[in-house]
Design a protein around this ligand. Structure first.
Ligand code: UFG
Length: 341
């Protein structure tokens, strides 16, 4: 059986963890990554964990000739998992054209090449950001999609629409995975998150502060309408999230009654506040984390978490790890890259 899968952005945070899970499930991933937000050494980490070094192209998906070359050199691809995209909300507000061009043209270039060759399976990295400020919690896949709050979020919404429209006029089989908040690292500490510059996201900022890179964590707001006043998110271990992609591929291979476009929330189904994350981090690592409450961050929703019933009942996937596991693994990774004992 041919199990070759193209993984775009396969050296990024979620991509690299997915490559590991693919290899461990018997797939043969081919990676394309332009290294815009990661490093080539991630390939060494993948090799250390799996004993295999996947084929890697340092190509940009905006270059149509390069996209064509990959498909020419791998005529037996069974499907594509498309992670490659810019991902920072704030940066997207500053540089909207860069986000629209990069995130949408790369998708279009891939789809054109796929349709030319009758490659059908496509898994897309979408985001819970498509639900905006939800009227009901937890959010299900039927919860209405709201106008995007940033150009980044809009590229995810438009990406979903491009795939849905293309599926209507082709044999494309699409799975849209709406990620909640991925955190943690591979338990081996061979791969993890490598934020460039000052991290915008909570957990890398926590681990960097614990490692002494920042004087304190700023907690953005404690006056939300939540039990402890801090904002709530659904934090999912990156290895669980990676596994959802493997399960999605298996679902496309085996299930007969699937729709041409399937949507799944990928979270844990549990919401945790910023304060709970901070306290759990201190509990599991024994490290005291300096923090200070400051004002709310513009654009943050007070609370969002997933209803994951659909992923569980239709696709047979469920998160297995909790925030304690994820925070322990995130800290193990941070210590390794900072050479802390
Ligand atoms: N937070 C802090 N201090 C920090 C960083 C974050 O208090 O230094 C808080 C935020 O205000 C928020 C929570 O921690 O309440 C989580 O923030 P993150 O930045 O880690 O995650 P977000 O939920 O804001 O963002 C995530 C993804 C985005 C995606 C968005 C959609 O990182 O890519 O969800 O909701 F667009």
């Amino acid at each position: 059986m041919n199990k070759k899968i193209l993984v775009t952005g396969g050296l990024g945070y979620i991509g690299s963890h997915t490559v590991v899970e693919l290899i461990e499930s018997g797939y043969d991933p081919v990676i394309v990554d332009n290294l815009s937000n990661t490093r080539p050494e991630v390939l060494d980490g993948i090799e250390k964990i799996t004993g295999k070094r996947p084929v890697f192209y340092d190509f940009d998906l905006l270059n149509k000739n390069h996209v064509k070359q990959i498909f020419d050199e791998h005529p037996t691809l069974e499907g594509i998992i498309h992670f490659a995209a810019h991902k920072y909300v704030g940066e997207s507000v500053e540089k909207p054209l860069m986000y629209y061009e990069n995130n949408l043209m790369s998708l279009i270039n891939l789809l054109n090449e796929m349709l030319n060759r009758d490659i059908r399976r496509f898994i897309f990295s979408s985001s819970c950001t498509v639900y905006g400020l939800p009227d009901e919690l937890p959010v299900t896949e039927q919860t209405p999609v709201k106008p995007a709050m940033s150009p980044y979020g809009n590229t995810k919404q438009i990406g979903e629409e491009i795939l849905t429209d293309t599926a209507k006029v082709s044999d494309l089989e699409v799975i849209l995975l709406r990620y909640f908040n991925p955190i943690g690292a591979h338990p081996s500490a061979e791969i993890g998150e490598l934020p460039v510059g000052v991290p915008q996201n909570l957990v890398p900022f926590i681990t960097q502060t614990a490692a002494g890179l920042h004087p304190e964590l700023r907690i953005f707001g404690d006056d939300y309408d939540t039990p402890d006043g801090t904002a709530i998110r659904d934090y999912i271990h990156v290895v669980d999230l990676a596994n959802a992609h493997v399960r999605a591929l298996e679902f496309l291979e085996t299930e007969k009654n699937k729709n041409q476009v399937e949507i799944f929330n990928v979270g844990t189904g549990k919401g945790n506040s910023v304060m709970e994350i901070v306290n759990t981090f201190m509990e599991v690592t024994g490290v005291k984390l300096p923090y200070r409450i400051v004002g709310r961050r513009a654009g943050d929703v007070p609370a969002i978490w997933a209803d994951t019933t659909r992923a569980e009942t239709v696709m047979g996937w469920k998160a297995k790890r909790n925030i304690a596991d994820a925070l322990r693994d995130a800290w193990r990774w941070e210590k390794k890259i900072r050479h802390i004992q």
